[in-house]
Design a protein around this ligand. Sequence first.
Ligand SMILES: Cc1cc2nc3c(=O)[nH]c(=O)nc-3n(C[C@H](O)[C@H](O)[C@H](O)COP(=O)(O)OP(=O)(O)OC[C@H]3O[C@@H](n4cnc5c(N)ncnc54)[C@H](O)[C@@H]3O)c2cc1C
Length: 394
Amino acid sequence: MDLSYGAEYEAFRDEVREFVAAHWSREDARNPERITAFRLKATEAGYLYRNIPRRFGGSEQPADVLRAQVIHEEFTSARAPMEIYGNGVRMLVPTLLECGAPWQQEQFIPPTVRGQVDWAQGYSEPGSGSDLASVRTRGELVGDEWIINGQKIWTSRAHECRYMFALVRTEPDAPKHQGISYLLLDLHQPGVTIRPLKQITGQSTFNEVFFDDARTPLDWIVGRRGEGWQVSRATLKHERTGIGNAETYLEQFAKLLNVARSATRNGRPAIEDPIVQDRLAEIEGYLQAHRYSTFRQLSMSLAGKDPGPVTTMNKLVVTNLGHMIAALAQELIGDASLLLPVYEPGHKVGDERWMNQFFGSLGIAIAGGTSNIQRNIIGERGLGLPRDQTGGDS
Ligand SMILES: Cc1cc2nc3c(=O)[nH]c(=O)nc-3n(C[C@H](O)[C@H](O)[C@H](O)COP(=O)(O)OP(=O)(O)OC[C@H]3O[C@@H](n4cnc5c(N)ncnc54)[C@H](O)[C@@H]3O)c2cc1C
């Protein structure tokens, strides 16, 4: 089995590595202007926003998953910035490219790609998470506006976002999957109240969002009335692909090894303890297996096949891996695992950052469809088992 990418792609790797070395240094990471300038150069060179047309601020490159993979690997290892991180670039832009009207693409994609606006994902509601198609937030067409009433929950970063893409019930008499529309709306309006939710770490990264006669124009709908469910599938596909990537966890594992080298067990470096070695070997085994599984996903995409449940499986495995890494690190750091990290200017965060990592790993197992739901999808669509009767279909 030849797992190298081949001469053409290794030559491309050299080119990317040279580009990053010439235009990026790790000190730039704290300088927003340098980050923006680097992203612009990397886009001009064809490395970022590859599937976005140039007229919308992308680099419009031919689809080539191996080139995309090489770029990801090289940028990640140099800690150089990739595309702006957020629901806008990750989920809404690909959805608009796939299903949006030309005017929506022109108006919304360029400022999103430049990082001038970001988008909140308005899917989950109290009582509608795994069973997402049961959303109850209503949208009524009055004149040339949608009037929206109801509530969303767990809305990540809504307090920092200008807009939302939301699943809203606009056809109350239709069967549940056919009664939903995919609406865009401005969060900065009197009909919208955003209330932060306080998390166990003391942070507030997600919110409840209330709509009381919130308004959005008639044509801020993606796809047709009642077809929001199909449009939302495009968004979720991009969310799950993003979560399943291996590089981030390879880097986390390297950090875990450093913790095992510096922490002590019975007066010796923890990495020399046979039980710790056993746990590390187990994690590395899963990590390497996952890496090759992402190659499989790549090969299927290269061959023009839909990776389908392989993507789902990768999301599930990587989620478990993140948890295993954080849980072992937390055990090794001892007392520091009782502290919450303090993110303040001038304060250097130490090992206690693993505490956030640990809680975050639990959250990732829920976000974008819980691990149980991923197992259902693998069972039904991958293994052909009978359908789940309880209604979870997010
Ligand atoms: C960090 C984070 C960020 C998030 N960000 C957003 C966001 O920006 N926008 C947004 O809309 N939502 C967001 N969510 C919400 C997320 O999508 C939902 O929490 C998720 O879909 C699960 O829904 P729920 O919380 O209602 O749990 P439920 O659906 O009530 O599930 C509860 C438990 O029951 C299990 N379960 C439910 N149905 C089944 C079934 N059929 N078979 C087997 N087990 C089942 C689940 O696995 C889970 O363990 C976020 C969540 C997290 C943790």
